[in-house]
Design a protein around this ligand. Sequence first.
Ligand SMILES: [Zn+2]
Ligand SMILES: [Zn+2]
Length: 393
Amino acid sequence: MLFGLLHLSFWGYVIATLLLTHITVISVSLYLHRTQAHRAMDLHPIVSHFFRFWLWFTTSMRTKEWVAIHRKHHAKCETAEDPHSPVVLGIKKVFWQGAELYGEAKTPETLERYGHGCPDDWIERNIYSAPYMNKLGISIMFVLDLVLFGIPGVTIWALQMIWIPLFAAGIINGIGHYWGYRNFECPDAARNVVPWSIITVGEELHNNHHTFGSSAKFSVKWWEFDLGWLYISLLRAVGLVKIRKTIPELQTIPGKRIIDVDTLKAFITNRFQIMSTYANEVILPVVEREKKQLSSNGRSLLAKAKVLLVRDTSLVTPEGRNALSQLLKERVQLNLVYEYRMKLQAIWDKTTASQKELLDALQDWCSQAEATGVDVLRQFAARLRGFSATTTL
Ligand SMILES: [Zn+2]
Ligand SMILES: [Zn+2]
């Protein structure tokens, strides 16, 4: 009885713990995050209810609270109203006290404003979200762990309880806004922690996710791996999930020179891919060239201003902004490619313009960029003419 009904070996306990916590992480990612918070897909009611049950059974988290706090995080990202921003609150607080921040943030106003559309049936009101009954699941889980695994079951249960606070609240909400690489220049600080991970099932691709919030799939590059998407694809193969949205793909038609409605559609839906292409193929090559000619003072200005050359962000200090304006005054070519980036951005910001006006603006941008004679700008303009919109699910 000391080692429970299953009487496993040490590795048996390790595998059991990993398996139990893995199902919980899948429930958070596929059900709470991708389905409920972002409506990126529709799960079959049986699958959906399994995840609801499992979250009650192993975490006692309430769907509406999780969803409201998460939507607020996206809506108010890196501001004082963001429930868990390491930029505002500091990485230590979000990493170590990430789960407590959820408690602080679940005010009635937050739940009312951001928690709409979550399950509100009998079982939700009377069991999953009800006071006391809400904790019944984890209590049964404790007894079950004890019966199945014996004394080691206490450790397994404790690990189950800290798994989500550590990996979801701490690592994704903390590190995911602090450390890692960026594919896209979304306005907040979100980063891809690593290109693939088994433990966090794709949630580590946080920069991709913040850029394309309503996409069910988080990986973008061929070398990135979203384990959650693999599970979604398996569920989809047997008809248990319907995908609503994924990341738009930017297609290029070789030799296409005319800017038409298709080009415009691609331009509008692929804003972040286009800005990232512009940064990689226009700004950064010019930065590299200029670097060689800069004095040590110029280089230090560049280091401070580099982030502003590729994106507009409120996360840069006034010192960074001063460095940028000083640098742009001195370096003609850098100023030119920066100016063209701003002009391109201005086209996206013409929200009230007609289709004809947008087409003309894009046409003008390309013609003027080609006329500058700067090789990288010319090549980019030629590439932009070939863009085409295709949606693949
Ligand atoms: Zn985030
Ligand atoms: Zn999200």
